[in-house]
Design a protein around this ligand. Sequence first.
Ligand SMILES: [Zn+2]
Length: 518
Amino acid sequence: MISKIHCTAIKGIDGFLVSVETDVSAGLPTFSIVGLPDTEVKESKDRVASAIRNSGFSFPLKKITVNLSPAKIKKSGSHYDLAIAIGILSATNQLSENAKEKISTSVFVAELGLDGHIKPASGILPMLMAIKEGKGKQINSVFLSYDNLNEAIISKTQPFCPISLKDLVYFLEGNLTADKLLNTTAAISNEEEKLEVHGLDFSEVKGQSLAKRALEIAAAGSHNILLSGPPGTGKSMLAKRFNTILPPLTHDEALEITRVYSVCNLLGKTKFMDERPFRDPHHTISDIALVGGGSNPRPGEVTLAHNGVLFLDEFAEFSRASLEVLRQPMESFNVTISRAKESVNFPSKFTLIAAMNPCPCGHNGQAERMCRCTPAQINRYKGKISGPLLDRIDLAINLNPVKYGDWKKLSEGESSTNIKERVVKARDIQVERFKNSKTTANAFMTNKEMKQFCKLPDDAGSVLENAMRKLGLSARSLDKILKTARTIADLEGEPDIKSSHIIEVFQYRTMDRKGVAE
Ligand SMILES: [Zn+2]
């Protein structure tokens, strides 16, 4: 006898419906799963057999074949357990006709413990959203673990959360009422573990007004920025406060982030990702961990930083391979991982803050301290940041140490709240500007949008032309300069880019002078 049960799968951060077909026939006792399952799915067999037996049902000593359809898409994860178990119970007539009718319009997404307990799975949010969006029109009920309830609530799904396989069957047979399975009293709280940014403020950083202004522009237009300077100049102190001046997330942005964290199983038990992520991987990270990959493709740091910030401290210490793989996500705002059978896409629209020393010892160009590096060492160090990578960075500045005598005299800096107010105003202008487009900030403008929104009056045009001739700028540099100038104009509430805006941009373009971190 054959049964057909609905389940879901994940590709990238998108969910879709899968059917679990189970055939139980006479023959030597075997249990096989087909339809491109990975090793994690194959392990399902042992869990399902134990769970069925330990729940008081009988596990058939027959030839069992489970097909996960459509077969062309790779299946991974442990969440097929429940659907497979229900499929076997149905195919071996351990369920009544009434129960079988109920399951024909239900989806089952959970892992099973050996004792039959129903356990949570990763990626529930995008899977439920796929069902909601009508990718599974015939679905009336969703069964999942109580521990995934928060994701169900975010996706506005009202699921059934049985504790065990046994309870679930009781319910399907009409021997247990729905209120025993549903726990709608669970409150979603966002109280626990807040991001590290809390309690930090820009006012704590004294001096470095050029860097602060550059970071304000970066926040206002979502521009990538490179901070270069000796140790102790406050590079990471500034970077760690960057999130405090970013505009709040829209609901859609927050939902996108929550989907990513759901797939990565990084969602706290009751947490909706309503803050911009700040990811700061160590420079020893592998290129796969940075951009994603693996035989069963997983998102990397660039995707975990989606709609937020990727901070790469000691930028020149990252391996050349890691730095080179950053180029694609920075260019296309998503990561494509191609495998023989399929290719997977992950979003990666982040703002990059890179920080580096001017040389391996860190003291090059300083009057007070001697640099011990040879010119060859310095060249090799700076050469790690290749031209094409540098082309994807909009702003680059040098930070100089603040002398102790000067530092004592400096008053407290401007608060994050004040800076954020200006950033939000500038972003509001951009939201209005791009209301009919997918673009969300100036840094992401398409060529067509640049033609429309970055027109230069004559005087500004000639300032730019002169600079281009003198510095021999590439077309890509020109784009970055125009986008950044657009953001400065927005911060001033000016409808047109003026020559003063173009001139200001050149203060944050050390890369156009003498290579990186000159
Ligand atoms: Zn040095």
